[in-house]
Design a protein around this ligand. Structure first.
Ligand SMILES: [Zn+2]
Ligand SMILES: [Zn+2]
Length: 147
């Protein structure tokens, strides 16, 4: 998990996600120091619920550490780009695209999550990860799932 930063750039909303090297620090930060954390988790629950109605299931194969299946699902759902997306949804009600910048690669589950979100919520999302842009619109990504 990372730190969120909101940047308003004209007509679009930017959410940047930055990582610390220490997992422990990240966890504390996400739990306590983000003043919008409760709102974000509430929004996440709502988004996940809606996406599940169209067939979303957390892909736990992206979790590489050895914990039980339920814990893996929670970990996948708390990936920073999902939280950043919810933050973006909370802070912009006008339908403008949500831009998310992260300094690591997006995982398969988040990629799928963004695609579904762009269809169900009819909201465009642009994710810039370490190597490329992913532009999600109407359930599809500009990378055509090759990244
Ligand atoms: Zn992910
Ligand atoms: Zn993509």
């Amino acid at each position: 998990m990372g730190r969120f930063q909101l940047i308003c750039t004209g007509d679009s909303l930017m959410v940047t996600v930055q990582y610390n090297n220490s997992y422990k620090d990240d966890k504390n930060e996400a739990d306590k120091s983000h003043k919008h954390a409760d709102d974000i988790y509430g929004k996440l629950a709502e988004v996940v619920c809606k996406l599940k109605q169209v067939g979303y299931a957390p892909n736990t194969s992206v979790v590489l550490i050895d914990v039980d299946e339920d814990e893996k699902k929670d970990m996948v759902l708390l990936h920073s780009e999902k939280l950043a997306l919810c933050y973006g949804l909370l802070r912009s009600n006008n339908g403008s695209p949500i831009h998310i910048i992260k300094n690591l690669w997006i995982c398969e589950d988040c990629h799928n999550f963004m695609k579904l979100e762009s269809k169900v919520f009819e909201r465009e999302i642009v994710v810039r990860d370490r190597t490329r842009f992913h532009h999600y619109r109407d359930g599809l990504c500009s990378c055509k799932d090759y990244w």
